[in-house]
Design a protein around this ligand. Structure first.
Ligand code: HEC
Length: 336
């Protein structure tokens, strides 16, 4: 009996010791990397060629506009580190992210992904319904918005893309030449509605954040915020799968071939359904908007607007403000 009890006590003690030594080694390991802050640092190991951008986007998601990324992570000795709890990381979601690293004090991709998916919508204060989204960014079905439809590669549904005309105009206004980057102002929203027999079955939105990344949101057939967008063979998880394409350099149809028609894909036709005045090969090629994706935006908004402007300049229907832009970008001199 006495032997049994002491064996149980011994096993518990051994377990405790094991746990304790596992986590206490974290302190020693980190002494050399300790910064001059109060908390310990943990190493971020994503093993991706795009570490810098992914870390800026994911960790930046946890910050308020007045906080700096450097309050949260730092690049030192060839690696990225998450700084220990400081005043900026007192938030429960950040504490959970920090704790997710576990005893090895290394935050790997699986640990980061789990935390991001669980907390992204809360930390970004995503509107919980499309109606709330519309009251935040404006009604994208109104005349103030520029919309076009397409069948592309993000989804098998037909898609209607909408951007506020003023937001598009402001980005174009900042271009010095047709080959300049197309960069949108903070707060710009772009909406992609998925249509089945003209009924909206899903809505996706990107809203430009103050750190110049975009937030990614998705809504289901009932208009409620959802963490997944339909896709075969696997649904797209927000935001991790979204940035997979939006940060990458893979070219998609029909944007890649536009204004030429692209070949059909496994799910049928891939096409941008716009009138001929929106198709100008020289303008499309010079802007090279999809390939360049200067702002993580994959659609052809500036290309379409400027091609149409070119047609309107020739028809004398452009406004004075538009004529100034056409002149600056050399649009007026481009024939069809
Ligand atoms: C398979 C690659 C791919 C993935 C994954 C992807 N997108 Fe896209 N996305 C595109 C392409 C291509 C476009 C432009 C054409 C289109 O809309 O089909 C686009 C356009 C958009 C737009 C309009 C703004 C723009 O860039 O032109 C929004 C909003 C958007 N995507 C949201 C999302 C969200 C939210 C997710 C994650 C659920 C996501 N995307 C995942 C490829 C992708």
């Amino acid at each position: 009996m006495a032997w049994q009890i002491s064996s149980i006590v011994f096993t518990r003690l051994a377990l405790l010791l094991l746990l304790f030594s596992g986590c206490s080694s974290r302190q020693t390991d980190n002494e050399s990397t300790q910064s001059n802050r109060s908390g310990e640092t943990i190493k971020i190991v994503l093993d991706s060629a795009d570490d810098d951008r992914l870390i800026a986007f994911y960790f930046g998601s946890y910050l308020n506009p007045d906080e700096k990324l450097s309050d949260l992570v730092e690049f030192k000795n060839g690696s990225w580190w998450m700084l220990g709890p400081t005043k900026s990381s007192g938030d429960a979601h950040l504490a959970a992210l920090y704790a997710a690293a576990g005893c090895d004090a290394e935050l790997d991709w699986d640990e980061l992904e789990t935390q991001v998916i669980a907390s992204y919508y809360q930390v970004r204060q995503a509107p919980v319904h499309v109606d709330e989204l519309a009251s935040k960014i404006g009604d994208w079905k109104s005349e103030d918005w520029f919309s076009h439809e397409l069948n592309g590669q993000m989804t098998t549904f037909k898609r209607r893309l909408s951007i506020r005309k003023e937001a598009l105009f402001a980005a174009i206004d900042k271009m010095d030449a047709l080959s300049s980057d197309v960069v949108y102002a903070v707060g710009t929203a772009i909406v992609g509605e998925h249509l089945e027999n003209d009924v909206v079955v899903e809505t996706t939105a990107m809203i430009k954040r103050s750190d110049n990344y975009w937030d990614y949101f998705a809504y289901g057939p009932d208009g409620q915020l959802t963490g997944k967008v339909k896709k075969e063979p696997e649904d797209l998880t927000v935001p991790t799968k979204c940035v997979g394409c939006h940060f990458g350099d893979r070219l998609f149809e029909p944007e890649r071939s536009f204004p030429s028609e692209s070949r059909p894909g496994p799910n049928g036709k891939r096409s941008l359904y716009v009138a001929d005045n929106f198709k100008n090969p020289t303008i499309s090629k010079t802007i090279s908007e999809h390939a360049k994706r200067s702002d993580h935006v994959l659609g052809l908004y500036a290309t379409l607007f400027l091609s149409d402007l070119n047609a309107r300049v020739r028809k004398n229907t452009a406004t004075t403000r538009e004529l100034e832009i056409a002149e600056k970008l050399g649009i007026s001199r481009i024939s069809n």
